[in-house]
Design a protein around this ligand. Sequence first.
Ligand code: ZN
Length: 82
Amino acid sequence: MKREPQRTCIGCRRVRAKAELVRLVRRADGMVGIDRAGAAPGRGAYVCPAPECVEEALKRGRLARAFKGKAEASEEVIRLGR
Ligand SMILES: [Zn+2]
């Protein structure tokens, strides 16, 4: 039986199927954007497409911890949490 790839949401920390999560990717300038195709180069992190998870993920230090370095949410990520 084929197992679906799973990832952890950086908001609620639940493990879910990768396909159910939104991939965030940090660009070279440290800004974190949404990787809609799920294949952008760079370190990725995953979050449920739910405002409460995005809000949690945007709390101080969460993104930096997920990306192991400087990371700042871009407007499109902030909007995802509204
Ligand atoms: Zn979540």
